[in-house]
Write a protein that binds this ligand. Structure first.
Ligand code: UD1
Length: 353
């Protein structure tokens, strides 16, 4: 049995770690393709170092200027890799541009696809990740859902039950492992962590300005690891000086996974527009303040551990200062063994092809 795993961005590298080890322990051959979507040291290589994952078998020097170009270039690249490797299955993760590109290339070549983290839905049809997720799900033979809602979304869309598996969330597996391995103390400290990278927030001067204003007005201590695009936009929009002169907000370069988990674990609150970081915040029992009005994982909202403030400065300042969740903290993202369910299913389904 031979599997091609396609990764391109930070959250993909994190998810690949456990799958990689589990495949290895079962003696299954995995070919790892890095699409180069994230390429800076802090956005890519450091994750391979953190997890001790061998260098990818294929690395694409991706120099795309736009998301569409990125998809087109990765798709063409994947055609040559897939034709050469003749694998039994292509494994894709999440909702990034590389995921969609690999899905289309693989489907066109009639290689079955398995999609980890499928079924997440929002009403924002033209959000870049929504497009990637919906198309990838439809082309996949197997879809692994993180939560019951994601599973039910697919059933409601008439996906046959034998294509959809409720696996739980592999991000939970990994974050719990990291906390345990490095003996990281999980406590509510004297700072909050903010991450901002969504296209909707960083490409709009008004939204980005309002978010920074809200954070400043909270007067709370905030640590802000910046994505390269966010940093670039803060500079372009003339907002960076505002942050630098504010002694309460501390800008940091993108963090390795290990360092980021430490930051999250010690944070008072997690403020984010990321789909992954809001889950990680919830799993580590942090109140989560969300900077975009797109509801992925409605379960978190239902528990009362998340508040959506969008890019409204007053709501942001007030939530960063005052938002407190209830005491009850239900399990949403599985039991910490999603990777076993995923690899077990892959073996059952594709093992004798
Ligand atoms: C991507 C994913 C998003 C995911 C995020 C994780 C899509 C549509 N978006 O967003 O779902 O949550 O990754 O971080 O796939 N850049 C650098 N250095 C890098 C990587 C990117 O400078 O190492 C620049 C790119 O050149 C580009 C911009 O950042 O101009 C955006 O990168 P891109 O990969 O398109 O989207 P992300 O914002 O990272």
């Amino acid at each position: 049995m031979k599997i091609i795993s396609v990764v391109g961005t930070r959250p993909n590298f994190v998810k690949e770690f456990f799958i990689h080890n589990e495949l290895k322990s079962r003696g299954i051959k995995e070919i790892l393709v890095h699409t180069g979507q994230h390429y800076d040291y802090e956005m890519s290589k450091v994750f391979f170092e953190d997890f001790n994952i061998a260098s990818p078998d294929y690395y694409f020097e991706n120099s795309s200027q736009s998301g569409i170009q990125q998809i087109a270039n990765v798709m063409t690249y994947m055609e040559s890799v897939l034709n050469k490797e003749k694998a039994d299955c292509t494994l894709i993760y999440g909702d990034v541009n590389s995921t969609l590109a690999a899905a289309v290339a693989s489907a066109k070549l009639r290689i079955p696809i398995a999609h980890v983290e499928g079924g997440i839905r929002s009403k924002s049809l033209y959000n870049p990740e929504e497009i990637n997720r919906r198309v990838s799900d439809h082309l996949s033979m197997l879809i692994f859902a993180c939560t019951r809602t994601d599973y039910e979304n697919l059933i409601k869309e008439n996906f046959p039950e034998d294509r959809v598996i409720l696996s739980g969330d592999i991000m939970k597996d990994v974050i719990l492992y990291m906390v345990k391995k490095d003996n990281i103390k999980v406590e509510r400290g004297d700072y909050s962590v903010v991450t901002i990278h969504r296209e909707e927030n960083v490409e709009s001067k008004e939204r980005l300005k309002n978010i920074i204003l809200g954070l400043s007005e909270s007067k709370e201590r905030i640590i802000f690891p910046t994505h390269p695009r966010t940093k670039q936009k803060l500079e372009e929009f003339g907002l960076i000086d505002e942050i630098i002169k504010n002694s309460k907000i501390e800008i940091k370069k993108p963090q390795s996974y290990r360092e980021f988990v430490k930051l999250l674990a010690g944070a008072n609150k997690v403020i984010t527009d990321s789909g992954g970081v809001r889950r990680e915040g919830y799993i580590l029992k942090k109140p989560v303040v969300v900077l975009i009005d797109i509801t992925w994982f409605p379960e978190i909202l239902e528990t009362g551990w998340k508040v959506v403030v969008d890019a409204d400065p007053d709501k942001i300042a007030s939530a960063v200062r005052n938002f407190e969740p209830p005491k009850i903290h239900p399990e949403i993202f599985g039991n910490g063994y999603a990777y076993k369910r995923i690899v077990g299913t892959l073996v059952d389904r594709f093992g004798d092809l």
